[in-house]
Design a protein around this ligand. Sequence first.
Ligand SMILES: [Zn+2]
Length: 497
Amino acid sequence: MTLRVYNTLTRTKELFEPIQPGRVGIYLCGPTVYKPSHIGHAVGPIIFDAIKRYLAYKDYKVSLVINITDVDDKIIAEAAEQGREMSEIAAEVEADYLKCLETLGVTGVDHFPRATENIDKIIALVQRLIDNDAAYVVGGDVYFDYTAAADYGKLSGRRVEDAMHGSRDLAGENKRHPADFVIWKSAKEGEPGWDSPWGRGRPGWHIECSAMSMDLLGETFDIHGGGMDLIFPHHENEIAQSESATGKTFAKYWLHNGLTRVKTKAAGGSEKMSKSIGNIRTISDLLADFSPETIRAFVLSTHYRRPLEFSDEQLSATAKSLETFYRLFDRIERATGTDVYGGGKPIEKLAEQADGDNDAAFVDEVLQHRLRFHEVMDDDFNTAGAIASLHEMAGAINRYIEQTKIETQDNETTKALAAGAGVTLVNTGRILGLFMAKSQAVETDDVDSSEIDNLIEQRNAARESKDFARADEIRNQLSEMGIAIEDTPGGTIWRKA
Ligand SMILES: [Zn+2]
């Protein structure tokens, strides 16, 4: 199967061919650490962590880098307001960010380079641009000369005149052209700064990403990611600087995720999340209400290029849909004794055990859904389609359990196949970082599951013989035991109410 990705640079879906066979380098623009992390900060890492997991599953050796912008005008302003050191605020916010990512299961990031720890590399890159006549010094500031990049605008498709129209950045009285941008900024009295050939100062935001990505991944690397709002000017400027310095292609594929929106109660609509609107939800806030797996599954339930709208209703719906899986895993364990989280033989290794057409058809159906999962992931990392395949697989397993009545009848083969299908489902979900641990599953330890199964079986028999009074009576009996039942196309499932 071949992977295709949508490349913002070419505006087409392209065959994915890494620069070095078998290896993939990914750089994702990370947060400016001045306020507690909001959910928008976690969206990119969750998406690219899932992308890395999928590529690793396909046997690529993947290096994923997310930078930390720990020197910036916004942090300096925040520090001044709080009367604290910039470094103190940055360290505090970074720690919160990293803790949130860890909680959300974003474990695949290989490097989190900090701007302040790469000042020497940034200075070297600025010097290289000056040497190449692509940058000029005015006072203590250094500007990139956009005319040095003949193809400036190729990523965003904007012409400079359009891009500058209405721009408030015309105030750069020291610049030769409004489209030029600062790559080294002189430090004012009391501002943090580092010694450089142009005096004390600090790096501009764009140059920091160019320096750190090329340092860790090479002058040409495979995938550069970020939110769509970064295409212009940030990514356009990263390309201009990097390619003017090296004369080489900077990043081969540009992958941009859709904007994060939050549903606002007042307007009933949705707005781009921003600190100025005041509709931010911090990650810590969300984690108080929803499990990390719910947040992860919610982000991945939308294709990464589409806008993502956070609302409590949507997150609750995701939590409910995850319960379908938890209940199935629990059902499999009760019926077969297999804890699907703990491993065991997946169904693809049990195919020869299939006994008769019904079993063979079941094995085939599960494997079809697994194949579909890979097909949609190969189509520009369509995690939404992949999750839909997981639901289809779960439905097939529930139906099989119902048909074969393994909850009440002893048949080693059908039990083994149901358990194997559960293991396959867990293994497939884990490619996206889902179903990693049982801890989030529905707890049913303190109820007698065999008694419940027995009552459900009696209720089904009553329904089949149209004795609805008896069926209702059993439902009430279960309800009194604190058990809710639900009749699904795959059979009756239960959970603690
Ligand atoms: Zn960046």
